[in-house]
Design a protein around this ligand. Structure first.
Ligand code: WT7
Length: 666
């Protein structure tokens, strides 16, 4: 659809995109080198921009860029902008869960707070290279904590606030974090989540496993709300009085107390380009989450550049990304990308449906948001409420609407464009991953002609290809495995503590290529369409879950003999979990068991991973060699009796039993 913003866009025409793209892939050093000049490096790099080997047959896989330069990403996010006269520019408008809670913070003030917390971390013994776990709600202290880590060279490992104690503890253990930063609790809608008690339980589990953190810094958010401008008591919303926080004198430290005496001056740690910046865990197909590791300079250049071009961001505009910082989208497109571009962003604590389904649009009008970024699952959940809650607000400031996390169905795409965007905004369907650091396939607003459901073309520096089963590149229209042929600055460098796993996961299936794990097709016009995962991962509301991880939670139950989890299409979540469970002989499959099993999964991973269906499976369809035939189970889940080729199945009679049991799914 045509848009009127191309006259002012960073990239105005497809010809210009093609020209810039060509340079970015043919002379990446020149292209990224020029961008690097806009950032501050303490020591400049000499020599080639990239140094890499993606081909496992030639030896260890590695990717390095600007490898002898030194810089600090926090300095580039804050000090650089303050020094260039943007001290009074708003970095974040913070909008609370309760519509009456809001505040804002300037670049100068954010820098002060970050320096203070940097000094706090140092006083707790945190040094360059140490890992700090962060388990927090969407509050400004979260941004302060992560930037403080970056400033002193500590590696932050943020764990999404929806993860369970068990999931948090396994992440703290894997990275051997010395310090945990958390908060008392948070409201999501009217529901109170007691983060501190989850954190307590996680730390206990860590201690049992032989690793104790030296300090747990706790922000009093719901019990004090220090950042909130409006101090009116709202007892209906915040029953403070009923909230009792546990306090363990041995490790717990109060954020407020520590900050009070901290100095607001802190010289940044000058980091080598290839020093680690953060760990972020993502599901792995074996069931054990992988600590994706990103490094300073490459990630910095890529976060800034993708944010600038994909959203066509211009200084002074208000930008709003609805993600949680606990996921990569929040890391790159709430914290680092926007701050590197001196942007003014909205940081939102709440949910799209509270107090009603208009909330996003109320925020858009309140702050005159022009660039908006959300997930297909959010769009689909809003579609259910019709157009009225949207039409109630003008949304006239909107120019670019982004989506991320999963393939967007054309119906949701069109709703986004026609209703939410009033047919006057560019839609950018951005394909990327935790591993890629930033967008790898995306339209450019006001420039790329879009097609509903296609992530269109590669971003600068990205060279995609489509491979057949045999690993042969498919030219022209066709379908196969999506791969990338060249490194780009923001690409992950390794899996924390397990470089072999990094090589095995991404570089072994098709040597010489980075394999993200998604299938795709290319149409006659060269547009790329993501078709979904090619591995055993399930994308629930934009969150990747590994079937193996869910299965291992189910099998923990003493009455379960075997379990197999597949995806079933879901009208809002995109996909949901459908679990087949074989109970031990003598055990009964009943409602009680189903309840316990759902609880097991929540406990192991988090509430967002709760299965929608758990069905009794007296037997599972298997090949003669004993491999579970998931393709058949997916059809049972969908109620599709057209099973395709089942000649390799050991005992075909189990399938009929599964179809009969389908009706008794609890
Ligand atoms: C996987 C990565 C990137 C931030 C959120 C998810 C799927 C992501 C799209 C899109 C189709 C998408 C892919 C990818 N995915 N964006 N625009 N179209 N699929 O990060 O948890 O690392 O998941 O999400 O399957 O591999 P993640």
């Amino acid at each position: 659809p045509p848009t009127s913003i191309s006259e002012v866009s960073h990239v105005k025409t497809m010809d210009q995109y093609k020209e810039m793209y060509k340079q970015s892939v043919e002379e990446p050093g020149k292209f990224w080198g020029k961008i690097a000049e806009t950032f501050y490096f303490k020591k400049q790099h000499e020599g080639e921009f990239f140094d890499y080997n993606l081909d496992i047959r030639k030896g260890e896989v590695y990717i390095r860029c600007l490898s002898d330069a030194t810089t600090n990403i926090c300095y580039n996010c804050l000090d650089r902008n303050v020094k260039s006269g943007h001290g009074d520019t708003i970095a974040f408008y913070w909008e609370g869960n309760d519509p009456m809670d809001s505040t804002s913070i300037t670049y100068k003030k954010l820098l002060d707070e970050v320096c203070k917390f940097s000094n706090v971390l140092k006083s707790l013994g945190v040094k360059k290279g140490d890992r700090v776990a962060i388990y927090m709600p969407m509050i400004l202290e979260l941004v302060v904590a992560m930037l403080a880590c970056a400033r002193i060279g500590a590696v932050h490992s943020i764990v999404f606030g929806g993860f369970s104690a068990e999931a948090l503890s396994s992440r703290i253990l894997d990275a051997k974090c010395d310090v945990l930063v958390t908060a008392d609790g948070v409201y999501r809608g009217t529901k109170l989540i007691d983060l501190k008690s989850i954190a307590d339980e996680a730390l206990e589990l860590c201690t049992k496993d032989g690793h104790s953190v030296s300090a747990c810094v706790v922000v009093k958010h719901i019990t004090a709300n220090s950042y909130c401008d409006d101090k009116t008591e709202r007892p209906a919303m915040r029953p403070y009085s009923g909230f009792k926080m546990s306090w363990n004198k041995a490790v717990d430290r109060s954020w407020e107390d520590l900050m009070q005496s901290a100095s607001n001056e802190c010289e940044p740690e000058w980091m080598n380009s290839e020093d680690p910046l953060f760990i972020l865990y993502t599901s792995g197909s074996t069931g054990i989450p992988k600590g994706v590791l990103h490094h300073v300079s490459g990630y910095m250049l890529y976060a800034a550049t993708t944010h600038k071009y994909t959203f066509d961001y211009h200084c002074g505009e208000v930008y709003f990304c609805t993600a949680d910082i606990g996921w990569i989208t929040g890391h790159t497109y709430i914290t680092y990308g926007p701050l590197l571009n001196c942007a003014t962003s909205v940081m939102f604590e709440g949910t799209p449906l509270f107090p009603d389904a208009s909330r996003y649009w109320a925020i858009v009008d309140k702050y005159k948001v022009s660039k908006f970024y959300t997930a297909p699952t959010a769009i689909r959940s809003l579609m259910k409420y019709g157009e009225e809650p949207i039409r109630k607000y003008s949304r006239s400031s909107l120019k670019v609407l982004g989506t991320v996390g999963e393939p967007i169905n054309p119906e949701a795409w069109l709703f986004y464009h026609k209703v939410i965007g009033n047919e006057s905004c560019s839609i950018v369907d951005t394909f990327w991953q935790t591993e890629t650091g930033g967008h790898v396939l995306t339209p450019f607003p006001g420039c790329t002609p879009t097609k509903p459901g296609s992530a269109t073309f590669p971003f600068f520096g990205i060279v995609p290809a489509i491979l057949s089963d045999e690993g042969v590149e498919i030219e022209g229209p066709g379908e196969g495995y999506l791969v990338f042929k060249q490194p780009w600055p923001g690409m992950m460098r390794t899996v924390f503590g397990d470089h072999k796993r990094f090589e095995r996961t991404y570089f072994t299936k098709f040597p010489g290529y980075y394999v993200p794990g998604d299938g795709c097709k290319r149409d006659e016009d060269g547009y790329i369409w993501i078709t979904g995962r090619i591995d055993d991962m399930i994308n629930v509301s934009g969150h990747l879950l590994s079937t193996a991880e869910v299965e291992s939670s189910l099998i923990e139950h003493p009455q379960v003999a075997e379990a197999a989890v597949v995806s079933k299409p879901h009208s809002v979540k995109g996909e949901c979990l459908y679990c087949f469970v074989t109970v031990l002989q003598g055990s009964e499959f009943n409602k009680e068991l189903v309840k316990e099993l759902k609880e097991k999964v929540r406990h192991h991973i988090g509430a967002f991973s709760t299965p929608d269906y758990i069905q009794n499976a007296p037997g599972l369809p298997k090949t003669r060699s004993g491999k579970i035939m998931r393709r058949v189970l997916r059809n049972v889940a969908k109620g599709n009796r057209d099973l395709g080729d089942v000649s390799t199945m050991a005992d075909a009679s189990v399938v009929e039993v599964l179809f009969q049991n389908r009706d008794y799914t609890v």
